[in-house]
Design a protein around this ligand. Structure first.
Ligand code: KIV
Length: 274
């Protein structure tokens, strides 16, 4: 199955069934037009909490709120008819207890129409994942580099090297056993990503992991060249929209200053037909 072979949005179980098949295609989106652009091409569209950094200029994802996720989630939902919508649970909205996670995840689901939520964490979040899944909330897990824990991880480092590999494998098994329908592997060595992919029954979705994962995800503003504050090694730029946009704005500013914009074709005559 792929985005082009289903007429209605896939469900989490359809994504789970893509394990080992055609790779799952996923991107983030935060607005209706961006969602419309990717709807025909992606299996999963994720409203990531990266929205805080790429759209709101925050220094990390830690300042993102539940209300921001719901607002952007609703905007993205309006742009999708074929791809499955997943929304990130922001920092502080789910870690305290399974009950807190359910209260906030149920808001996300009911107020946006998302098919699932994503949350960061391995073994320590397994109980919460099980609690949500048992109550009707499909969960995409996220392990490896988990940006909400940046202050305890000691920076945006590659995860799973050396002795850390076994711990990450245990995290992958735990979220899978708890009932997650898929798991994002972020900034994990390729060898370990391949090993996890081979050992767990749910799809792995890589970002800075391996092309052997069951799917890939990127932050859309990164791959389009819209967010240029920094570029992680794992990002491939497929466009230069940031540079193109700045060139267009510069041209507009020059036209306004030279009074060549608006031109006659952009203004209205006294005739009613114009
Ligand atoms: O917030 C986000 O955009 C994400 C993806 C990078 C997986 O979590």
């Amino acid at each position: 199955m792929s985005a082009t072979s289903h007429k209605t949005a896939p469900l989490p179980d359809d994504i789970r069934a893509m394990k080992g098949g055609t790779p799952i295609v996923s991107l983030t989106a935060y607005t209706t037009p961006m969602a419309q652009m990717m709807d025909a091409h992606c299996d999963v569209v994720l409203v990531g909490d990266s929205v805080g950094m790429v759209l709101h200029g925050l220094p990390s994802t830690l300042g993102v709120t539940l209300d921001m996720m719901i607002l952007h989630g609703r905007a993205v939902a309006r742009g999708l008819s074929r791809a499955m919508l997943v929304i990130d649970m922001p920092f502080g909205s789910y870690e305290e207890s399974p009950q807190q996670a359910f209260r906030n995840a149920s808001r996300v689901m009911s107020e946006t129409g998302a098919a699932a939520v994503k949350l960061e964490g391995g073994r320590h979040m397994a109980e919460t994942i099980g609690f949500l899944v048992a109550r009707g909330i499909p969960v995409m897990a996220h392990i490896g580099l988990t940006p909400q824990s940046i202050n305890t991880l000691g920076g945006y480092k590659v995860q799973g090297r050396g002795d850390a590999a076994e711990a990450l494998l245990a995290d992958a098994r735990a979220v899978s056993d708890a009932g997650a329908f898929s798991v994002v592997l972020e900034k994990v060595t390729a060898t370990l990503a391949d090993r996890i992919t081979a050992e767990i029954p749910i799809p792995t979705i890589g970002i800075g992991a391996s092309n052997g994962c069951d799917g890939q995800v990127l932050v859309v503003d990164d791959m389009l060249g819209l967010f240029t504050a920094f570029k992680p090694k794992f990002v491939k730029r497929y466009g230069t929209l940031g540079a193109d946009g700045e060139a267009a704005i510069k041209a507009y500013a020059e036209d306004v200053r030279a009074r060549t914009f608006p031109a006659p074709e952009h203004t209205f005559s006294d005739k009613a037909s114009g």
